[in-house]
Write a new protein. Structure first.
Length: 145
């Protein structure tokens, strides 16, 4: 399903356009990730309601790590690098589960008794209002002009 949504659009799949969209708060990027759906360099490893995906990114943006774990919320146009590897993500999750069990108020994990862990776990929204390091210095281009 993820691959079926890949439709290369040279006009939009462009770092200058991504810089413009981030500047206008229409796209949220946290970390070295390209906001392209369904590319061959990604493997989906989790899904929540069909619009939030966790994927392994084997073709990251400059500064990224091949195999990094990315949380994509297509509906909110947000792309967030959660960890540099699947193993590091699982280690981080295990630590957060232990902290939640010992002191829920200090954990970044939220667990609903009926629904389980919240799908926002691991995101870093305070960085989304600025361009990630790899897009700094890129001249923004309005794709509508």
């Amino acid at each position: 399903m993820w691959r079926d949504n890949h439709d290369p659009e040279p006009e939009w799949d462009d770092p200058q356009v991504w810089a413009y969209l981030v500047d206008k708060d229409l796209l949220r990027l946290n970390g070295p990730v390209r906001p392209v759906v369904g590319t061959a360099g990604t493997v989906v490893v989790g899904d929540m309601n069909g619009d939030v995906h966790w994927l392994l990114d084997f073709d990251p943006a400059p500064g990224g790590t091949p195999g990094q774990v990315v949380r994509v919320d297509v509906e909110c146009s947000s792309w967030d690098v959660l960890a540099p590897s699947w193993a590091q993500l699982l280690h981080r999750y295990a630590e957060d589960l232990e902290l939640f069990a010992a002191d829920p108020g200090r954990s970044t994990l939220t667990i609903d008794q009926g629904l389980g862990p919240a799908c926002e776990w691991g995101t870093t929204s305070e960085l989304w209002t600025t361009r990630p390091a790899w897009l700094q210095g890129i001249e923004a281009r309005n794709p509508h002009l």
